[in-house]
Design a protein around this ligand. Structure first.
Ligand SMILES: Cc1ncc(COP(=O)(O)O)c(C=O)c1O
Length: 393
């Protein structure tokens, strides 16, 4: 009988089970909302990136439906062959205006925007100076570029400067950071790294996946929040989180964007968005411009919930954003906290190694603009009860 050549995968899965780290996928029964039904249970949802509640916003829903009726359900091709529709171009114009850059290009996801950009604008002869907690898509893009990768300790600009000083003059150098770090919710050292990029003539790139729609005027991101317009050469954003739909984009100079049209592999070799996605994203940017109260509500909820967790005695790390981790130490403990919260009607995902360092496992919470005070208080009460039971507080 043929032996299963993939048998080792089952062994690895068993090891995850033995360590209490095996995760079954949680399934939403209906819409992605602040309070929803998951696996048949009604829960306060603290695990989505739906910061502004746009996944179910009436204007976005309507525009998606209109686009389906007007343009069908698919684009039918990659962008560079027959898959560029007028609405794709319109969205890119709108994004460039929103980010205050010359041009923008949309990718299928934030992941492909990062990976496709870093891997195409740099080659073997370059050096990438990267924060150790940068997103996986930056790491993969850096590896694909074949450039030399130099990692500096999280937000340690002095260490980044020491690395830069050792790079031979004239070497093409990219300095790259997340705007908001997805597991800790703290902000990248954007202004200081911009200074460093200026000093060494390097390219400055910021991944604002968790900052777009959240920070800066009308949600323009950390580049706007820190007043760094014109000093960041490559801005990445996602359309999958606060924007509520799907996709990623790069905003920058026209030359950068035209180069990506010619060399970024996800742009060249993977089909573009259905027109309904582009229409939804266009409507979302209008909402950011016209309903700033959504962002204000997001921050009010953030302050309320973070203060509540801290008052209960939880370790919430160094968060400066709506992402608030509840750090508990070992992976199995984080999973137990998450499971017990779920039983009490609160969905907050447990996250362990290797996504976060050993001993720093956590339950990650993200509030949205659309959580009510009662829902957040309900969640805090559940945290108090389960945290006490498990000896976390
Ligand atoms: C910092 C960061 N960058 C990029 C991405 C990828 O974005 P997307 O989900 O649109 O692929 C994520 C999402 O997990 C992220 O957290």
């Amino acid at each position: 009988m043929r032996q299963d050549p993939l048998g080792y995968l089952s062994t690895e899965l068993q090891a995850l089970r033995d360590q209490g780290l095996y995760r079954r996928l949680r399934v939403l029964d209906g819409e992605q909302k602040a309070c929803t039904s998951i696996d048949g249970r009604s829960v306060v949802n603290l695990s989505s990136n739906n910061y502004l509640g746009l996944t179910t916003h009436p204007r976005l829903r309507e525009r998606a439906l209109e686009a389906v009726r007007a343009f069908g359900v698919g684009s039918g091709s990659v962008r560079t062959i027959a898959g560029t529709m007028r609405i794709h171009m319109e969205l890119e114009r709108k994004l460039a205006e929103f980010k205050r850059t010359e041009a923008a290009v949309v990718f299928q996801s934030g992941f492909t925007a990062n990976a496709g950009t870093v891997s195409s604008i740099l080659g073997r002869d370059a050096v990438i100076v990267s924060d150790e907690l940068n997103h996986a898509s930056i790491i993969d893009g850096a590896r694909l570029s074949r450039a030399t990768i130099k990692v500096f300790p999280h937000r340690d600009v002095a260490a980044a400067r020491r690395i830069v000083q050792e790079i031979p003059r004239g070497t093409r150098t990219l300095i790259i950071t997340d705007g908001v770090f997805s597991m800790d919710g703290d902000l990248g050292a954007v202004p200081e790294l911009c200074d460093l990029a200026d000093e060494c003539g390097g390219i400055m790139m910021v991944d604002d996946a968790h900052a777009s729609g959240v920070l800066g005027s009308h949600g323009r991101g950390t580049v706007d929040h820190f007043g760094m317009h014109g000093r960041v050469d490559v801005q990445v954003g996602t359309l999958s989180k606060a924007i509520g739909a799907l996709g990623g984009y790069v905003a920058g100079s026209r030359a950068l964007i035209e180069f990506l049209h010619h060399r970024a592999r996800p742009f060249l070799f993977s089909t573009s968005h259905p027109p309904s996605v582009a229409a939804t994203c266009l409507a979302a940017i209008e909402v950011l411009e016209q309903e700033p109260e959504l962002i204000e509500r997001l921050w009010e909820n953030t302050r309320f919930f973070k203060a509540g967790l801290q008052a209960l005695g939880f370790d919430t790390g160094v968060s400066e954003s709506p992402i608030t981790p509840v750090i508990v130490g070992e992976g199995a403990r984080a999973m137990a906290l998450s499971d017990r919260l779920f039983e009490k009607g609160v969905f907050a995902q447990g996250i362990g190694f290797p996504t976060v360092p050993q001993g720093k496992a956590r339950v990650r919470t993200i509030v949205t603009a659309t959580h009510s005070r009662d829902e957040l208080q309900f969640a805090l009460d559940a945290f108090k009860a389960v945290g006490t039971d498990l000896g976390v507080i």
